[in-house]
Ligand binder design. Structure first.
Ligand SMILES: Nc1nc2c(ncn2[C@@H]2O[C@H](COP(=O)(O)OP(=O)(O)O)[C@@H](O)[C@H]2O)c(=O)[nH]1
Ligand SMILES: [Mg+2]
Length: 330
């Protein structure tokens, strides 16, 4: 071990919306020490709770509290938490849920790949097929959804919607969660596209404490996740998305036009104008879609530049001396 290396600080963040009942258990379940970590602190992001969440957090001697004066949703709260942890000098950030779903003792397993310099994001795999209180439908959807995200993101994450995850300082500086609904899928896709090293470890879960608040109904959940995936994919691979959509429409248009031309050249030029009009319109739309793809691709290149600038600004703003040297000693 390099003795000149600064002490490593882990901040465990817990997004909470009305969690007065389960927060004490959740905090009580967190480890006091972890090998390789010098200091562990806790941070609550209270998302405008109307119950005693804040008082409970104070009673439980939580180190830091970030408070939203109104409810802004989990994704926005998660990003606020990351920003606060960075400002507080966290080297590693762990996110866990306020309903004590995840086993606190497994935080040691979650941070291990980061401590070993093997990953910058580690997702806790709940091994959902073994969880007794998940319905067959929920297990199937979890599997299907995770499969789609693996394809989109070029990652190998088995449990994409798990909220139990560890993030290195470096990765946190690069992430920009924009979706209003959920950070989980977005973070995995961004990690894949930004080439952030992402790993997963099996983790234990505690018995269920209450119903999920995020998944109000299965169709609503699928809808939200689907929108999130389409948006991410269009953002990171716009040319491919719009090219194929444009191509399909173009081909659909080319068929009636070919039909018209066939009749025209076989001497029956008078009729079939409907085919020509319909086909012409579709071919036009197909072509315009492709051009929109080109534009989106240029905008996406701009997004990359903006994100790089934002990361550099964050580093300057956080003004942590030795940020770069630390990166090198890893
Ligand atoms: N910030 C914020 N957190 C929320 C909101 N709804 C749920 N959460 C938190 O998100 C985590 C997961 O919520 P939960 O209802 O257990 O959903 P699950 O992921 O389906 O188990 C918990 O820590 C909740 O306190 C919300 O509107 N805002
Ligand atoms: Mg839960």
């Amino acid at each position: 071990m390099n003795t000149t290396k600064a002490a490593l600080k882990l901040i465990i963040q817990i997004p909470c919306f009305n969690e007065e009942h389960t927060l004490p258990e959740t905090i009580g379940d967190l480890p006091d020490t972890i090998e390789g970590i010098d200091r562990i602190e806790t941070l609550i992001i209270d998302d405008g709770s109307t119950d005693r969440t804040i008082e409970v957090a104070r009673e439980m001697k939580v180190d830091h509290i970030v408070r939203n004066t109104r409810n802004i949703g989990l994704a926005g709260s998660f990003q606020r938490g990351l920003d606060a942890c960075l400002a507080l000098g966290a080297d590693i950030i762990v996110n866990t849920d306020g309903d004590n779903q995840y086993a606190g003792k497994d935080i040691a397993k979650l941070v291990r790949p980061i401590l070993d310099g093997k990953a910058d994001i580690v997702i806790g795999d709940r091994q959902t097929h073994t969880i007794a209180h998940f319905s067959a439908g929920k297990k199937f959807l979890q599997k299907l959804g995770s499969g789609v995200v693996r394809q989109l993101s070029d990652t190998e994450i088995p449990d994409v919607v798990s909220g139990f995850r560890a993030i290195s300082r470096d990765a946190a500086l690069k992430l920009n969660i924009m979706s209003p609904y959920s950070y989980t899928v977005e973070m995995v896709i961004q990690a894949g596209k930004k080439k952030i090293a992402i790993a997963h470890v099996p983790v234990a879960t505690n018995p269920k404490t209450r119903e999920s608040r995020l998944i109000k109904s299965i169709p609503a959940f699928i809808g939200q996740q689907l929108i999130s995936m389409i948006r991410m994919y269009a953002m990171f691979k716009p040319l491919r998305v719009f090219f194929y959509i444009g191509l399909i429409v173009f081909i659909l248009g080319a068929i009636p036009v070919a039909r018209f031309l066939y009749f025209y050249f076989s001497g029956d030029g008078g009729g079939h104008l409907q085919s020509l009009v319909l086909g012409g319109v579709l071919m036009n739309i197909g072509f315009i879609t492709f051009v929109i793809g080109l534009l989106a691709d240029l905008i996406s290149a701009n997004r990359k530049l903006i994100e790089t600038t934002l990361e550099k600004i964050r580093r300057i703003e956080l003004g942590r001396e030795g940020e770069y040297t630390r990166m090198q000693d890893k």
